[in-house]
Design a protein around this ligand. Structure first.
Ligand SMILES: [Zn+2]
Length: 136
């Protein structure tokens, strides 16, 4: 996987959740993450323990923030997600279905493969939802 981090689905969901908070610049509360992911706080704590070890998050006193490599992982997963959405969407699958299918593979697919797919698509700038493939 070209040196990329390996994540579980729940780790991926947690990274995307934490990344979405970056715009406010505030760390997230473990209880809020649990509520938004629909899982129990102890489960979130287990996920965060693994992400802390991988250098993706920093958890302290019930608060969590993405590290620099966490933000990079977030950016990469989103880019993968949106390129994959474009492929499905252009082949007749609805935007929402494309999003669901993309979400099941965006965190495991190799970045080099995504690069090749993106090229074959003509380097799309926006996903079917109109969001930028590469965030500023
Ligand atoms: Zn999208």
């Amino acid at each position: 996987m070209s040196g990329d981090h390996q994540f579980t689905r729940r780790e991926r969901d947690c990274i995307l959740l934490l990344g979405s908070e970056l715009r406010n610049g505030f760390p997230d509360r473990i209880s809020d993450i649990a509520r938004r992911m629909g899982i129990k706080a102890p489960t979130v704590i287990q996920i965060l323990k693994r992400l802390d070890v991988k250098g993706i998050t920093r958890s302290e006193k019930g608060m969590v923030i993405l590290t620099d490599s966490g933000r990079e992982a977030h950016r990469r997963i989103l880019e993968n997600h949106r390129i994959l959405e474009c492929i499905f969407y252009r082949n007749g699958i609805t935007a929402n279905e494309s999003c669901v299918v993309a979400g099941s593979i965006d965190y495991v697919i190799d970045g080099d493969i995504i690069g090749k797919l993106s090229q074959s698509l003509g380097m799309p700038e926006k996903c079917p939802h109109g969001r930028p493939v590469r965030e500023a």
